[in-house]
Design a protein. Structure first.
Length: 219
């Protein structure tokens, strides 16, 4: 099947996890979910990442975001691995589930296969992929890293903030935006509509084109 991308509905996968059997659509419910894959258990970068995800779990929870990991080993292996993860990142408790995918079926359905990496037996392994899924079960944003590059959790959190702002208001976030910074008003919103939608006011950048399309406000 073609790889999943932004705008696609995630399949309603059913899999065993460190927290019991999970049906993905039921897990997402009417909230937001981050689904992230890892090349394998007991590997260096993955061990740091799962610990960091646990360390940031409270921040994601404040935003109504659930976390679910995926690695292509079985549940027993995941549970042993969790001891290392929690030992390496003191104070973290991995309370989110980690899906098991020993047959490499889920990673194919989720477009999370690293084309260049294989395990010792020659089987495909997951890329370092991450999908942010909205309440409508659609992929809102995807990060795709090679197995060699660990993710930046501050950027994942920033992306969630941006997506949720865009979902609530007709706005977009500019380059290097972070929570609290001004946002850009969508070009589909007229100045008259913007005055009603953003009573706090907005500023229009003075550009050579004089088109007035670059408008900023705070929400």
């Amino acid at each position: 099947m073609p790889g999943l991308t932004i705008g696609d509905t995630v399949p309603n996968l059913e899999a065993e996890s460190t927290r019991g059997k999970i049906k993905l659509h039921e897990f997402v419910g009417d909230g937001w979910t981050i689904l992230f894959s890892h090349p394998a258990d007991f590997t260096p970068v993955c061990t740091t990442e799962l610990g960091k995800m646990a360390a940031y779990a409270e921040e994601f929870k404040k935003r109504g975001v659930k976390l679910v990991g995926l690695s292509c080993d079985d549940v027993a292996s995941h549970l042993e691995w969790l001891k290392d993860i929690e030992a390496y990142t003191p104070g973290c408790k991995v309370e989110y589930p980690i899906l098991a995918d020993p047959k490499r079926e889920l990673i194919k359905e989720l477009n999370m296969v690293d084309p260049d990496e294989k395990d010792p037996e020659g089987n495909p392994i997951p890329s370092r992929a991450l999908h942010i899924i909205g309440p409508d079960k659609k992929i809102k944003l995807s990060f795709l890293y090679p197995a060699s590059t660990g993710r930046n959790m501050d950027e994942v959190l920033r992306a969630v903030d941006s997506l949720q702002k865009a979902a609530r208001h007709k706005v977009a976030t500019p380059a290097n935006w972070k929570a609290g910074d001004p946002v850009a008003i969508s070009p589909s919103v007229s100045d008259e509509e913007a005055k009603k939608m953003f009573p706090q006011g907005f500023e229009t950048a003075d550009l050579p084109s004089k088109k007035g399309y670059l408008r900023f406000t705070k929400v």
